[in-house]
Design a protein around this ligand. Structure first.
Ligand SMILES: [Zn+2]
Ligand SMILES: [Zn+2]
Length: 427
């Protein structure tokens, strides 16, 4: 039995993006060639990669079933497809999550005080440790927080507890592996009496100095580097530790914008295109015409999948007065004398404002507005039975395949043709 549906809600066709097409057609080959081609650079193939990519390839796929929605006023019906809800990879699911998070952060987390974005980067030669051992990203975050506390103490003479939202990022502008941290930090903090202190300026070079010491201590503890190497790097004229704190956020709205930048997606779909003749994916990372990164299909897949977070790996953390345990106390007023322990917390569960609201914010269409009468539609059932789903797909003539497959890699073919040509000339 096929429900009498007026149509399918489909805000965008993910399967028509270059991102989807390349993964759809070449992910299998990527897995086959991983060991020989990519293991050396990227480490063992993490099982999460296959899991996430396969789920992503089915995001919005009608074969995976529908939610059936119905308008109580006019009786009109539509179908909604399921999304993959993977973390940090699917462009559409990430965008929805990001909207919800930004709003939650602005309204429920941060205080109405000036903030700063502080970006911490580490020397190129140390980034590799964080590629092979993802759990170290959390330690790196704590190292930066310790540096910040020591910096606050050194510059104000008082132990201050700031509010910090910290995001670990593994990618650079060219989708390359580039471990760095983005912090949203209150300009100052509160002392042990609960009084707040404002810090008008940040001295990046001093903070970077504190940061480098903490990172060295971490890597020495982990026995990943030697004292000799520490001395060598510290002796360089530009050791490669940097702190950038120029971006200020005076209002909550600005802080939300910074926060959303901190958890931005690993690439922008609009900047991606195919060079079909050369069988390359092109990523425009800057505004100048030469600022284009060209990768063959498998190399592109290796890069994008290297940023998929491990299972359970936390990517956003909250410290100090933004840690939950502390937050509750303070919001109920009466500052109590507290010893200076900086509480760290993982991402709290973000209260779901409703998925329909998030879809509306991302795509500027409300999937629950009835297209016939403008009424509010409701979910009445989930359709997952294979036979029913199959009949609906046929009935509505739905398709979900990367329509125009990118041409196969032609390098070897071309080479062959050239050598044949050569043979003709010389024979
Ligand atoms: Zn209606
Ligand atoms: Zn998705």
């Amino acid at each position: 039995m096929i429900p009498a549906v007026a149509g399918v809600y489909r805000p965008r066709h993910p399967e028509r993006t270059v991102f989807y097409q390349v993964l759809f057609h070449y992910f299998g080959q990527f897995l086959q060639e991983y060991e020989s081609r990519f293991e050396k650079e990227y480490g063992f193939l993490r099982p999460i990669i296959k899991e996430v990519v396969e789920r992503y390839l089915d995001c919005g796929n009608p074969r995976c079933g529908f939610a059936r929605i119905r308008c109580p006023s006019c009786g009109g019906e539509r179908l909604l497809m399921f999304s993959c809800r993977t973390r940090g990879f699917c462009p559409s699911c990430h965008a929805k999550r990001r909207e919800g998070w930004g709003e939650w952060m602005r309204e429920e987390l941060i205080l109405d005080v000036p903030h700063r974005q502080v970006v911490f980067t580490i020397p190129k030669m140390l980034r590799i440790f964080f590629k092979y051992k993802r759990r170290l990203l959390g330690d790196l975050c704590r190292a930066a927080v310790q540096a910040l506390l020591k910096y606050l103490l050194a510059t104000t003479g008082t132990e201050l507890r700031p509010g910090v939202v910290a995001s670990t990022q593994t990618f650079g502008a060219k989708i390359n592996f580039h471990t760095h941290l983005h912090f949203l930090v209150t300009e100052g903090g509160e002392d042990s009496e609960g009084r707040s202190h404002h810090l008008a300026s940040f001295q990046d070079s001093l903070l970077a100095e504190f940061f480098s010491r903490e990172v060295f201590a971490l890597l020495l503890r982990e026995e990943l580097i030697s004292e000799a190497l520490v001395e060598r790097i510290a002796g360089w004229r530009h050791p490669g530790f940097s702190v950038h704190s120029k971006v200020r956020a005076q209002t909550r709205k600005e802080a939300e914008r910074v926060g959303k930048y901190m958890i931005r997606p690993l690439l922008s779909l609009e900047r991606l295109s195919l060079d079909e003749r050369e069988a390359k994916v092109c990523y425009r990372y800057g505004e100048k015409p030469e600022e284009v990164e060209r990768m063959d299909y498998l190399d592109f897949i290796a890069r994008v999948t290297s940023h998929i977070p491990d299972k359970g790996q936390v990517t956003v953390r909250y410290y100090g007065i933004y840690a939950n345990a502390h937050r509750g106390k303070v919001r109920k007023a009466q500052p109590v004398k507290h010893p200076f322990i900086l509480v760290e917390e993982e991402s709290p569960r973000i209260p779901r404002r409703g998925w329909a609201e998030m879809i509306r914010k991302v795509y500027e269409v409300d999937p629950l507005i009835c297209p016939q009468c403008g009424g509010r539609m409701r979910i009445i059932a989930f359709l997952t039975d294979y036979a029913v789903v199959d009949r609906i797909i046929h009935h509505l003539k739905l398709s979900f395949v990367a329509e125009r497959p990118p041409p196969p890699h032609v390098a070897s073919q071309k080479l062959l043709m050239d050598s044949e040509k050569g043979a003709q000339y010389f024979s």
